[in-house]
Design a binder for this molecule. Sequence first.
Ligand code: C5P
Length: 223
Amino acid sequence: MESVIVAIDGPSGTGKSSTSKAVAAKLGLSYLDTGAQYRAITWWMINNGIDTDDPAAIATASAKPVIVSGTDPAGPTITVDGVDVAGPIRTQEVTSKVSAVSAVAEVRAVITELQRSIALTARQGIVVEGRDIGTTVLPDADLKIFLTASPEARAARRSGELKGKESADLASTKAALIKRDEADSSRRTSPLAKADDAVEVDTTDLTLDQVVECVVTLVEEKR
Ligand code: C5P
């Protein structure tokens, strides 16, 4: 089995994480959730009293936290300075601040370097999911996928994930999601964008199994 690098990008709620994990598990590849890394550095900034509205303060602190990502698709892990932050990085506080933190160029430089080193040392190959993987982090990826879905479908999926964790109705989930996508798409440094050579898959009317099947077929064609 040849090593293969798969980049899966797209806005929130398109099924990136579920798809990426399932594809990696099926094909025996590693899996990297780059959104979790941006969430982890955001969590660290909040916990260390850094003003997340102050890009200069964020830039100065950006190299301090030590982020470690476990890449097993059956149980990906994330720690910051040795602390397991898998739960805390999913709170609404982190979600509402992550776009501002991840827009800072110094943060992106640190996290991008980390992502490249993880991807390039994954022996069997890896599925890397994010916003700028095909365009910036791994422009030479063997396969680039860009997932899309209607705002309604994305909000419905996201509020399904939040159910029971935090109270969030559909309308406010949709508004927050659109706001975050706008911020991610309009930032100066490596915005959310489809790479020219990415395959676009609209997941609005597809089940998770159908999306996984589609991506697995595309990976197999590349091998
Ligand atoms: O994928 P997830 O929703 O967890 O990503 C959280 C945030 O991390 C995004 O809204 C975006 O601001 C940032 N992000 C990024 N580049 C990536 C992955 C995530 O800027 N490659």
